[in-house]
Ligand binder design. Structure first.
Ligand code: DLZ
Length: 161
């Protein structure tokens, strides 16, 4: 597997594992390119539950496209119900200028939400040149970025605790 830059945590002890039962996580998922986002979601949920997060503390909200991740993340970050949020989307370059503006506005907006929010908002939005690249990053040769985002959210919740 190619190096993705992500540090996969080693096996955790029982105490670390059980201390995570209390964490509540919001997963906001774009339905655009759902053949990819559903795999990212699966990778995130499996990693969270395998790392000690309870199934009943994982809250999934679907939005139509990645642009709508912004509004939903803003709303959820103010609810004081969650310990972290993961936004999941997949932008694939097309023939119009949508890709360029969606990529920059979504990353900028999620960064701005993080500046104000008291809980971390983890960015799991693929921005690929073609669907093959997205397949590689959603459970293919380059791993599953949903799983990476889940590990990141756990690390950030533990830092923020
Ligand atoms: C319009 C659009 C386009 C062209 N491409 C994508 C994409 O690759 N991935 C994605 O998640 N969403 C795309 N969208 C939809 C926008 O995110 C948004 O849903 C609409 O512009 C409505 O606000």
């Amino acid at each position: 597997m190619s190096y993705s830059g992500f540090n996969i945590p080693k096996r955790e002890d029982k105490i670390t594992f059980s201390s995570r039962k209390k964490y509540k996580i919001s997963l906001i998922v774009s339905e655009w390119n759902s053949q990819i986002t559903s795999k990212l979601l699966k990778g995130a949920v499996e990693t969270l539950t395998q790392s000690g997060i309870s199934n009943e503390n994982i809250f999934i909200t679907k939005v139509p496209g990645s642009f709508e991740l912004i509004f939903e993340a803003k709303k959820k970050s103010k609810e004081s119900k969650f310990d972290s949020i993961i936004v999941i989307g997949c932008l694939i370059k097309g023939d119009t200028k949508h890709f360029k503006y969606l990529c920059s506005s979504i990353s900028y907006a999620i960064a701005r939400i993080n500046l104000k929010s008291l809980i971390p908002v983890i960015f799991c939005v693929l921005m690929d040149n073609n669907v093959e690249q997205s397949i590689e990053r959603s459970g293919g040769k380059l791993g599953n970025k949903g799983a990476d985002a889940a590990f990141t959210s756990i690390k950030m919740m533990e830092l923020n605790n």
